[in-house]
Write a protein that binds this ligand. Structure first.
Ligand code: SF4
Length: 375
């Protein structure tokens, strides 16, 4: 007699079925989680990320390839810079943490750099937890190079790998982000710094979950260290970035995500997102999950071109932007909006309808023709 499936194993199996036979799960990184948190109403993204579907491969198979990803050159340059910053037991990195975040502490020398290797993400997470506990009790400086942290996302664990976490002599923990974009005269591109801060906020939330398991819980610092090349050189420079706002927003948005289990339960039996399937079958599978497309998706999600085409084909006003959507109240399609403006539909007491009619009248007056000509 088969053993009863626990709820967790059942969900794992269901997610593996959605991913497709033999298709390995793509780990969620903090960048993906930050993007997921930026559009918490999108069930499509939530289930695809929850099931570990490779969205770039899926977008290719759907015939709407994404414009995402770093060039090989940028990746190699970024890896080389990170290795340089962490050379000699992380001496330069720890010097920067001391200088920018903890000048009152003793300067870091002979810092510990524990071995964090273990089998699988669960093993690495357990190894990291042990190293964090030991480092916090040690009273010295410790550098955790590529630790692994777990964060509960919509009822499923997401495994995250920050560039580094530093444990200070007072037992507090700092997230370190190493980026290859330059810092010129002490400041960097605000858009890139903002993206790095959102990513670091996800790591801080995961660290806080870990800290809550210790007694007393260590302090997770809300200033992270952003390390970048100085003025296009190979030298490292750093800045302390306050991520309190990003942390609060991300935490709130992640809490709003629909549980992956609930989305999976609502899908038809046999739904599968394997990129090996023909495009029409994949389109049916993807369209079975509701999406909330907005132009912001173009810079955050691999499926953006596919979802934008569908949204435009449906005449959905969300394709015009979230603020426009919010202004239009119950009018959800461009057709509804035009009909309301022409006076053919809509409640005249609805402020959105009244504003549209007024705008149509003004436009018609300006053009010297009737409102019905509004197209
Ligand atoms: S592109 Fe599509 S799947 Fe991705 S977040 Fe936007 S609506 Fe959701």
């Amino acid at each position: 007699m088969p053993l009863p499936r626990t709820r967790e194993t059942g969900l794992r199996q269901r997610l593996a079925e959605l991913r497709g036979p033999e298709v390995p799960a793509k780990a969620l990184d903090a960048r993906a989680l930050a993007a997921l948190a930026a559009n918490p109403g999108c069930k499509r993204r939530a289930i695809l990320d929850g099931a570990g579907v490779d969205k770039a491969a899926l977008a290719d198979a759907l015939g709407s390839p994404s414009a995402f990803g770093q060039s090989q050159f940028a990746l190699t340059r970024g890896n080389a810079f990170e290795a340089r910053v962490k050379a000699d037991g992380g001496a330069e990195l720890l010097r920067l943490v001391h200088e920018r975040l903890d000048r009152k502490a003793e300067p870091p020398s002979n810092a510990e750099v524990p071995d964090l290797t273990a089998i699988g993400p669960e093993g690495r997470t357990a190894r990291t937890a042990l190293a964090l506990r030991d480092a916090t009790a040690s009273g010295g400086w410790t550098l955790l190079d590529h630790p692994m942290l777990a964060l509960d996302v919509a009822g499923s664990p997401a495994f995250l790998e920050p560039d580094a976490v530093v444990v200070h002599p007072d037992g507090s923990w700092t997230v370190v982000e190493i980026k290859s974009f330059p810092m010129l005269d002490g400041s960097a591109d605000p858009a890139k710094v903002g993206a790095a801060a959102r990513q670091a906020a996800v790591y801080v939330l995961a660290l806080e979950e870990e800290a809550a398991r210790l007694t007393p819980p260590p302090r997770v610092r809300h200033h992270v260290l952003l390390v970048c090349p100085k003025d296009f050189s190979n030298l490292a420079t750093a800045s302390a970035v306050d991520i309190r706002k990003q942390r609060a927003v991300t935490s709130r948005q992640l809490a709003r995500l629909t549980r992956v289990q609930d989305i999976a339960d609502a899908l038809p039996e046999g739904t599968c997102f394997s990129p090996e399937l023909p495009a029409d079958e994949l389109t049916t599978a993807v369209e079975a999950v509701p999406a909330t497309y907005a132009p912001e998706c173009l810079s955050a999600c691999e499926l953006a071109f596919h979802c934008r085409d569908r949204s435009r084909a449906d005449g959905a006003v969300t394709s015009l932007g979230r603020s426009v959507r919010a202004e239009l109240g119950g009018l959800t399609t461009v057709e509804d909006v035009l009909a309301a403006a022409r006076g053919e539909a809509g409640d005249p007491d609805d402020p959105a309808v009244a504003a549209l009619r007024r705008a149509a009248e003004l436009r018609a007056q300006a053009l010297g023709r009737g409102v019905a000509a509004c197209r």
